[in-house]
Design a protein around this ligand. Sequence first.
Ligand SMILES: [Fe+2]
Length: 268
Amino acid sequence: MLRPSVLDAGVAQTKRTVWIAIALVFAVLWIALTLLVRGASARLSRQNEAFQVRSRDLLDSSRRLEESLLETVETLNAAVEARDPYTAGHSQRVRRVSLAIGRELGLSPKQLGILGTAALFHDVGKIGIPDSILTKAGPLEPAEAAVMREHVTRSAEIVAKVSSFHDAVPAIGHHHERWDGLGYPEGLAGDDIPLEAAIIGLADAWDAMTTNRPYAVALTLNEALMQIRTGRGKQFNPAVVDAFSDVAKRRPAEILPPETPSASVAVV
Ligand SMILES: [Fe+2]
């Protein structure tokens, strides 16, 4: 029979062996886990770097695409004006007058930016209108006028291709609406017409009245001013007409065709 002291020593020895084995297993597990985590984190950081390079490339190519779309819209706009000598410089003049009205109405810098872009490209859709209609000397037949009216939707569709111009699309798509609801393409009336569209509509009409066209000789500046005032609350937004009249009174150079002496408009 074993003595209790020998038995205790055996049990203690076994316990030690078990604890050492447990410690060893834990140490091996810990080392394995550390190696695993390090490997995974190295792989993750490599993947992250590759992802960043790829997203930079994507950003670069989307920026290049945006720039070339913008250049395309500018080229189309220049082509529209080049096809019709009567409207050369039209979009720049409409932009200038629109911005003068926008400033008078106290639009924010962001709204003025949208207004300027929309005014510059409001007629770009005329690129799709045949020359026989676009440059016709004389009134359009009803079917021709219907084709001509499509330029509004075409302009909006072309400009919508440039994502940084999205905010300008409503102003372009509604620049031929009228305050009394008799305009196109949707027959919107009153304040349902975006303010920027109403401003461009007036500036567009002003430019058409004050420059020679194949179908009409330019009105004198005072005749044109009277026509704009007559259209107040009919064709034009009253607040836009008032702002335009205020600019005509106080800073006429901002709305007159370039190189026109300010004295040639006697505002009453
Ligand atoms: Fe137009």
